[in-house]
Design a protein around this ligand. Structure first.
Ligand code: ARG
Length: 269
């Protein structure tokens, strides 16, 4: 059975990995002794941008800053809904200086930026479904930030507790397919949060642990095309069975920093 899905053009903000490296350890994926191939990382990232453009999406980029090796993960900079920019306060001191650069970009682009008082890592943990915000907590973004996000964005925020350190951001364990459905890895969540997801999305596409560890859930969907790690083989098949079109983009060098496709992609709505 395969329904025909419709894509909607998106606007993305990205940051070139010119200074990308693994220099510290703030999640279990990062090992500074394991070298990053900088040229390969640049090629993989450029392929992602080319692929977005080839599918009709607009891609803006901001200038990377030396000394901020994780700045390529633009998703963590904010959560933007209906032109309201809910900025970030990073958990790790190493990443805190990124915010000022992102905020400057948003201001120059004509947006006011709300600066949260509690730790909040943008779309890494605050995921807009089209009707409300699913909000991860447990490792980075705090419950207090969920409250701030709801107050500022004026949309319901539904808290979900993450329990596995390999899936430390919500966007490593769940992504939105379209206005009606999501895809996720249940075991990344506490039993209560799993139940919430089951009630909200009885038809969700579920991923295996293997595909979650292969970064299959750090994907971007435009409603039809799913830009996804090719290593998540079973998930690609499951998505195709549901009428989505998997578009493989390999960001293996970024997995070494604990990031993938979605982490490198901030959506501006
Ligand atoms: N090294 C970065 C960190 O630990 C990776 C961020 C990945 N971003 C994401 N949206 N999951 O903060």
């Amino acid at each position: 059975m395969s329904e025909s899905r419709e894509s909607r053009p998106r606007r993305f903000l990205v940051c070139e990995p010119r200074h990308f490296a693994v220099q510290y350890t703030i999640n279990p994926w990062m090992n500074p002794d394991r070298p990053v191939d900088v040229d390969l990382a640049r090629d993989q990232w450029q392929e992602l941008i080319r692929t977005y453009r080839a599918h009709g999406h607009t891609v803006d980029s901001l200038e990377p800053v030396p000394g901020l090796p994780d700045m390529v993960f633009s998703a963590n900079a904010a959560c933007v809904v209906e032109g309201r920019v809910f900025g970030s306060l990073f958990h790790a001191p190493q990443r805190r200086p990124e915010s000022v650069h992102y905020d400057t970009w948003f201001k120059a682009a004509g947006y006011d930026v709300y600066r949260p008082e509690a730790v909040s890592e943008g779309e890494g943990d605050l995921v807009w479904t089209g009707r409300y915000i699913l909000a991860g907590t447990g490792f980075r973004t705090t419950r207090e930030a969920h409250r701030e996000a709801q107050e500022f964005l004026g949309h319901p925020v539904i808290g979900l507790t993450l329990v596995d350190p390999y899936f430390y951001h919500l966007d490593t364990a769940l992504f939105v397919l379209d206005d009606a459905n999501v895809c996720y890895y249940p075991e990344a969540f506490s039993p209560g949060s799993r139940e919430v997801l089951r009630r909200l999305f009885p038809d969700a596409v579920l991923a295996t642990r293997e595909d979650a560890l292969a970064w299959g859930l750090n994907s971007v969907s435009d409603g039809r095309h799913v830009f996804i790690a090719p290593q998540a083989e079973v998930l690609c098949e499951r998505l195709a069975d549901r009428g989505y079109v998997p578009v493989p983009v390999d960001l293996s060098e970024f997995h070494k920093a604990g990031g993938g496709i979605k982490c490198c992609t901030q959506e501006i709505r």
